[in-house]
Design a protein around this ligand. Structure first.
Ligand SMILES: Nc1nc2c(ncn2[C@@H]2O[C@H](COP(=O)(O)OP(=O)(O)OP(=O)(O)O)[C@@H](O)[C@H]2O)c(=O)[nH]1
Ligand SMILES: [Mg+2]
Length: 260
C-alpha cells in the first residue's frame, strides 16, 4: 500500500511534508545496509518488515509505530545506505526523508563489528540534523570477534546519545526508546561534533551558507546544503525544488493506524 503524507490519517497532517500529528513524534531509522534496521523496527513496532542476511532488502520508507511512556512514536524504516550523497535511489530516498520528512529524531543503526565504516554515515547524518541517536547493533557478533566498544567514550566524542543493542534478542531496546524519548521531547539535547574540512572548503561554506539561509530560512542546514553544492550534487537542489517549492510528497508504505 502506498501512502502519501496527505493520506495517512483522518486527523490530517499539519503540513504537506510533515507526517507528524500534534501528539506523536516521527523517528527515522537510518543505517548502512544489513546492520539490523528492520530488526530494530520490527522489535519496536511489532511489525514484520523483511529481514534477512543480504543487503538491500528495504528500498522504501516503511511506517510503523510504538508507544513509550504514553507517547506515540511513528517509526520510519529507511533503506540501507552507505552515505546520503544520493548516489543511488536508496540514498536519495533516505536523504529526502531526513531532509524533508521532518523527523523529530533520527536513529542511525551501526554494525558493531565494523564501526569505523559505519561512522561515515553517522557523521553525515550529524551534519544534517542535531537530533541523532547512534544505535550500535550486533554487539553479540562484536563480542564473539573480541571487539569491545567504549559506549561512554564514543558518546563524548560524537556529542550524541549512543546505545548498544542486540536487536535480534531485544537487548538494549528499552534503553534505545528511552534516549529517543529524551531527544524527541527535548529532555536531552544532542550537540553533534561537526566535521571540519580543509580551509578552502570552509571558506567557501562561509561565503555560501548565509545566502542559502536567506533562501531556505532554516528549513535545512545551510552548512550541509553548501557542502553539497561545493560537491556538485545537483540532486539535492532538485529535491529542494520538488519538496519545498513543488508538490512532491514523501512516499510511505506500511501500517496505518486502525483508529486513524
Ligand atoms: N547476531 C545478530 N544478528 C542480528 C542482530 N540484529 C539483526 N541481525 C540479523 O542481521 C541480518 C540483517 O538484519 P536486517 O534487520 O534485515 O538489516 P537491515 O539493516 O534492515 O538491512 P537492509 O534493509 O537490507 O538495509 C538479519 O539476518 C538479522 O536477523 C543482532 O543484534 N545480532
Ligand atoms: Mg531493512
Amino acid at each position: 500500500m502506498g501512502l502519501t503524507c496527505q493520506s495517512c490519517g483522518r486527523r490530517g497532517l499539519k503540513k504537506r511534508f510533515n507526517i507528524k500529528c500534534n501528539d506523536e513524534f516521527v523517528i527515522a531509522l537510518a543505517g548502512n545496509p544489513n546492520v539490523g534496521k528492520s530488526t530494530v523496527f520490527n522489535a519496536l513496532t511489532g511489525l514484520k518488515q523483511h529481514t534477512g542476511n543480504w543487503p538491500g532488502k528495504t528500498v522504501v520508507n516503511t511506517r510503523g509505530h510504538f508507544y513509550f511512556k504514553n507517547k506515540k512514536f511513528v517509526l520510519m524504516d529507511l533503506p540501507g545506505t552507505y552515505s546520503l550523497l544520493a548516489n543511488s535511489v536508496e540514498e536519495e530516498v533516505a536523504r529526502d526523508f531526513i531532509c524533508f520528512g521532518k523527523p523529530d529524531a533520527t536513529i542511525v543503526v551501526a554494525d558493531a563489528t565494523c564501526l569505523e565504516r559505519n561512522l561515515n554515515l553517522v557523521l553525515q547524518v550529524m551534519e544534517l540534523t542535531d537530533n541523532v541517536i547512534l544505535c550500535i547493533n550486533l554487539i553479540d557478533e562484536a563480542e564473539r570477534k573480541g571487539i569491545f566498544i567504549d559506549i561512554k567514550y564514543l558518546e563524548k566524542e560524537l556529542g550524541v546519545p549512543v546505545v548498544a543493542t542486540v536487536a535480534r534478542e531485544g537487548k538494549g531496546l528499552n534503553n534505545l526508546m528511552e534516549r529517543v524519548y529524551n531527544v524527541a521531547l527535548g529532555i536531552e539535547i544532542p550537540n553533534p561534533k561537526k566535521v571540519i574540512y580543509s580551509p578552502d572548503i570552509e571558506k567557501a561554506v562561509e561565503k555560501i551558507a548565509p545566502k542559502i539561509d536567506e533562501i531556505l530560512k532554516g528549513k535545512l542546514s545551510s552548512r550541509w546544503v553548501a557542502l553539497r553544492i561545493i560537491d556538485g550534487d545537483k540532486s539535492i537542489l532538485n529535491s529542494i525544488n520538488e519538496y519545498i517549492y513543488g508538490k512532491k510528497t514523501i512516499e510511505i508504505v506500511g501500517s496505518r493506524d486502525i483508529h486513524d
